[in-house]
Write a protein that binds this ligand. Structure first.
Ligand code: SAM
Length: 281
């Protein structure tokens, strides 16, 4: 019998994938966690039934949530990831030698535990063996309150604005992030799909603009996310993602990135009109 996983992106549209095996299925105090084998996308993590990461296309999301900020900030020494329990963002951050410490603040320890067990290609750097990585199992909303003027870059690698992540899209949280950043800090947040989530984006970018002097959106193609057209918010105290981008450092990077490159960095900030108009000031 064929087993198909389906995620509905709207009432009448979704994605469906043939799966072969369930590797883990369990409920934490925050959410349902499933890790399944798929025929075409490798292993896939689901939280409350929604696609979080697949082995085949996670490189796109993790390249794009990490590298644009770390090649724009001139000296990103201390980086915080809120969410990101699969470890993919930390893996990419570790490729930047100037980063002295990456802190992961993930609310659900079960996500970390099962990512280490079943998704080693993503979770390699969060297994406790890397001295440049520090793990916290905590609500990002609580953690951020205790840290002022501490981080060069903060990445909000969260689930959608439902359940434990609702507060991570609010103005109050962005104010806390602003004060946790140094005076030239940058915040990146996954900001959903311009095609399916216009209302969420409009509110999110309004909230960001209440707090940060510089807010831009950039895009990436992620086949297993709703519509495949995904976005990230670049919120900055001083640096601009294009004029302050260190093209040379990005071009001379010592690692191979299958999605990100120094030319795509520039192109990603060019948006289709409907997406740009929806978040305009
Ligand atoms: N790439 C995925 C996406 O764009 O939806 C995100 C993947 S990562 C697994 C999302 C993580 O955010 C989850 O592990 C979830 O537990 C975590 N999370 C949700 N709300 C959180 C909060 N308030 N504080 C810290 N982590 C949170």
């Amino acid at each position: 019998m064929d087993l198909w996983y389906t995620e509905k992106h709207s009432e009448n549209v979704g994605i469906t994938m043939k799966t072969t095996k369930t590797l883990f299925s369990g409920k934490s105090e925050f959410q349902q966690l499933d890790i399944v084998e798929t025929l075409e996308f490798g292993r896939m993590m689901l939280l409350d039934g929604l696609v979080m990461v697949t082995e085949r296309d996670e490189f796109i999301y993790h390249d794009m949530i990490v590298h644009p900020a770390l090649f724009t900030h001139p000296k990103p020494k201390k980086v915080l990831v809120i969410g990101g329990g699969d470890g993919g963002s930390i893996r990419e951050i570790m490729k930047h030698p100037e980063v002295e410490l990456a802190v992961l603040c993930e609310i659900d320890g079960l996500v970390i535990e099962k990512s280490i067990e079943f998704l080693p290609s993503m979770a390699a750097e969060i297994d406790g063996t890397n001295p440049r990585v520090k793990l916290h199992v905590d609500d990002g909303l609580a953690y951020i309150r205790d840290h002022q003027n501490e981080f060069d870059v903060i990445l909000v690698d969260s689930t959608d604005p439902i359940g434990p992540a609702v507060g991570l899209f609010e103005e109050g949280f962005y104010r806390l992030v602003f004060s946790a950043l140094k005076d030239d800090g940058i915040m990146i947040a996954q900001s959903e799909s311009p095609f399916y989530h216009a209302a969420i984006q409009k509110k999110m970018y309004q909230n960001l603009r209440e707090v940060f002097p510089l807010v831009e959106m950039y895009q990436a193609f992620i086949p297993t996310y709703p519509s495949g057209f995904w976005s990230f918010a670049f919120a900055s105290k001083t640096y601009h993602p294009i004029t302050n981008f260190d093209h040379d450092r990005a071009a001379k990077r010592k690692f191979h990135s299958r999605y990100y490159n120094e030319d795509l960095h520039l192109g990603a900030f060019m948006l289709p009109t409907f997406a740009r108009e929806n978040i305009a000031k």
